[in-house]
Design a protein around this ligand. Sequence first.
Ligand code: PLP
Length: 440
Amino acid sequence: MVDFLNGGVRLNETLVREDLKYIWHPCTQMKDHETLPLIPVKSAKGLYLFDFEGNRYMDAISSWWVNLFGHSNPEINQKVKEQIETLEHVILAGFTHKPAVELARRLVELTPESLQKVFFADNGSSAVEVALKMSYHYHRNRGENRPLFLSLTNSYHGETLGALSVGDVELYKKTYQPLLIRSVQTPVPADQSLQSALDALESLSKLLDEQGGKIAAFIVEPLIQGAGGMHMYHPQYLKGARELTQKYGICLIADEIMTGFGRTGTLFGCEQSGIAPDFMLLSKGLTGGYLPLSVVLTTDSVYEAFYCDYSEQKSFLHSHSYTGNPLACSAALATLDIFASDNVLEENRKKSEYIAQKLDKFRDFPNVKEVRQLGMVAAIELQGYESHERIGLKIYRYGLDHGVLLRPLGNVIYFMPPYIITFEEIDTMMQVAFGAIENL
Ligand SMILES: *Cc1c(COP(=O)(O)O)cnc(C)c1O
């Protein structure tokens, strides 16, 4: 039994000891915790996490890119509380409920016009699996066998086997290579310039000339590749990719799991290219960072390819236990309410301009290779370090010692704060990162 009546320090120690006895943490070499302290979080409010010893940490990465409007947000809390007293969960096959219907309707209204149908799942990777299966099956239902998927180099779409198969981050993928389904990669634009987008489109065009007829879908992270180190590219690329995929009858899947809900400066990344994909995937910020939920939006024409008598065996027989969970849907509705009432994107524009100014001084470090930004995502890529030096870990530790949660991706320090961050807090966040680099 844990004695929860001790003082803060003792409770911290007890929790860490019990944790390491029972829990295997995500994306972690557990041996690191022999020296790296695990941080028990007692509570969280707004931009901050609080531990049991009275320390607070600014959540500069939105708890793995999910939080939009702060922890324990009063408006989201209220909606979820109301929902829990009404309906906590119900099977979505054969049954429906108000939060799911309302959320589906509002998402259809907010996304490009051709996206008219919503399929619910319960996390990002499962949305990717749904889109891959659905796009393959769509072609099959129309009498075409297209056994390949296409994705960008350096892409990340999650870590279940299908999602890993279309991803291209070595670190996560290499070990499982023999288990993966077939996919091909086409070069992502090298940087944010228009010329790089055009060069990458030329490669795409060549690849499709050779293999276009075998490809079911092209899956992309619009404008920012998140786990691939916050790599950014020009909107023109998506415009060209949309035209080319249409030409070869290939479905375009926009994985907006990270880029959705304002991260890129517009509500969805696709908007900056003026394109409508055949599938749009949303998760992470969808519930404001409260509860696991994801959706796959698609077109009437995809939907209709599955719509027939049951005996024709064209049905999409895919499900997850917590599909369309009402609590998660209510958190998502509260999140959309905040977007509707609070002028969020306009306020973010001012904050991202401020971040841009503050980023300038990082360019003077000789070990900074590139500084990049789009909307509310900013990244500083360092150079001259070997991976075994694990400078990301050093920066992470420095950040924690100075009250800011930074979690670099390899040599890339990035900022992806909740939108409630103030100008002063932006200063603090970036000063700590500056100190971390100086201290290397
Ligand atoms: C996080 C992420 C996923 C996977 O979502 P999970 O909920 O972690 O499974 C997929 N695609 C992108 C672009 C992501 O950033």
